[in-house]
Write a protein that binds this ligand. Structure first.
Ligand code: PLP
Length: 463
């Protein structure tokens, strides 16, 4: 019998399991009923009815024993908690920003920075929109303009840095409206809506230089910055030998400030913050946080939450930790590929984005292909993903029509340190089986539509 040749190429989780949370196995009939009751919106399913939950990686991560131990050290003083000062120290140390304001999650920081920097009639160019980010920019009176490179809108394009900003697009906007009308450039990385695609350091430096020359502020949605740093290390010349921490620090050095949802990179269940090198912005944010979140030394968080965040920062920059995360997503993508299932290329940092437009090519976009596919995968196996397409894109505030995004995707997002390779195998087989019977799947119609962020609460019926 031929023996297998040894090739050392596998990676494994840099942890062992200490506590387990049982999950429920359900029947297809049970899930059919659950999906109908949830209006075919995976956001409205009960978590109990879900087997493998890939709805989001937001706040769904497994904390380490080091973070849990820190929870017991919560200093729950109303003012001046020692956890706040420890967290602030780590923000300075790892993000290189001197000023810091905690918030209960990322969108609270987005709200503050939008209200502080935007005047009515301003423009905010960004590398593709993010739902809550753009909404806060619009609520503050700005028009968001997408200046990401064209390749980001093509799910088959293999560009290694699809999160890059197209400087020609940015310059065109600046020439058209004048730099005074640009509230700030909003840069995120990796870009969630483009499929978890990173920007390169080279592009960031070019954008930074352009902004400096034109006296435009540059702000960073650093929610997933460590994943971006990992891609820079893997793909960009000159960064192979640098640590994730060093790359993160360099990235941050080009921005005036940043906001973070700690529910992602920092591997906690709740939290966020705003950090900046601009003292004036800091002072305004510190004042504003009192109105919306709580005193500036807790910002809507418990002392224990801030302790877990501070410790999460130390863990998020560990190479093995980021590698495990990104490689798990890559493993899933490679397995899906074996069945010929179309998804956004290259494989992103936090999620697989199935190309629902291709998979359900017999549906019109206003029959909600991605919404339909997400519901179908849930019914097949209890795997919960979410829509990123026409429902998430919402309506044009001017015309009131649906926005028709080029991409119609189902996002399967991996919580950090939660699922094993065996879970992924089960999930891949389910998607492959749905893919086999895809032609029989009928679309949906929307029967309830909330005004804001309709993907969270909208309801659908089968056509
Ligand atoms: C999650 C997220 C946000 C919003 O943060 P919340 O903590 O959910 O309010 C903003 N930007 C990006 C890139 C995100 O992933």
């Amino acid at each position: 019998m031929a023996k297998k040749k040894v090739i050392k190429k596998s990676w494994a989780e840099p942890f062992k399991i200490k506590v387990v949370e049982p999950i429920k196995m359900t029947s297809r009939a049970h899930r059919e009923k659950a999906a109908e009751e949830a209006g075919y919106n995976t956001f409205l399913l009960k978590s109990e009815d879900v087997y493998i939950d890939l709805l989001t990686d937001s706040g769904t991560n497994a904390m380490s024993d080091y973070q849990w131990a820190g929870m017991m050290l919560g200093d729950e003083a109303y003012a001046g908690s020692k956890n706040f000062y420890y967290l602030w120290d780590n923000v300075k140390k790892y993000y290189g920003m001197p000023y810091f304001v905690p918030t209960h999650q990322g969108r609270a920081a987005e709200h503050m920075i939008s209200q502080i920097l935007i005047r009515k009639g301003d423009y905010v160019p960004g590398n593709m929109y993010f739902t809550t980010t753009r909404l806060h920019q619009e609520l503050a009176g700005a028009t968001f303009v997408d200046v990401i490179i064209d390749q980001a809108h093509d799910p088959a394009n293999e560009h290694p840095f699809k999160g890059n900003i197209d400087l020609k697009k940015l310059d065109k906007l600046v020439k058209k409206v004048g730099s005074k009308k640009i509230a700030y450039v909003s840069m995120a990385g990796p870009v969630n809506m483009a499929g978890g695609q990173p920007f390169s350091m080279k592009n960031l430096i070019e954008v930074h230089d352009y902004c400096k020359e034109n006296k435009i502020k540059l702000w960073f949605d650093a929610t997933r910055a460590c994943e971006n740093a990992f891609f820079i290390k893997e793909r960009e010349k000159g960064y192979k030998e640098k640590s994730i921490a060093a790359i993160l620090k360099e990235m941050c050095s080009y921005f005036d400030g940043l906001w973070v949802s700690a529910k992602k990179d920092l591997m906690v269940n709740i939290g966020g913050f705003l950090a900046t090198r601009n003292k004036k912005v800091f002072e305004e944010a510190r004042n504003m946080v009192v109105v919306y979140e709580g005193l500036h030394t807790y910002g809507g968080l418990a002392g224990r939450d801030m302790e877990a965040m501070a410790r999460g920062i130390e863990e998020m920059v560990e190479y093995d930790n980021v590698r495990m995360r990104v490689k798990q997503v890559e493993y899933c993508g490679n397995e899906l590929e074996k069945y010929g299932i179309p998804f956004v290329r290259p494989i992103g940092g936090h999620a697989i984005f199935l190309d629902a437009k291709k998979i359900l090519s017999h549906l019109q976009q206003n029959q909600f292909p991605a919404q339909t596919l997400a519901a179908e995968i849930y019914i097949d196996s209890g795997v919960r993903g979410m829509e990123r397409g026409i429902v998430s894109a919402g309506r044009d505030p001017e015309t009131g029509d649906h926005r028709y995004p080029k991409l119609e995707l189902v996002r399967l997002t991996f919580p950090r340190r939660v699922y094993t390779q065996a879970h992924i195998d089960v999930m891949v087989e389910s998607i492959a089986s749905v893919y086999e019977y895809r032609k029989k799947i009928k679309g949906l119609k929307m029967v309830y539509e909330p005004k804001y962020l309709r993907f969270f609460q909208g309801r659908f019926e089968r056509l």
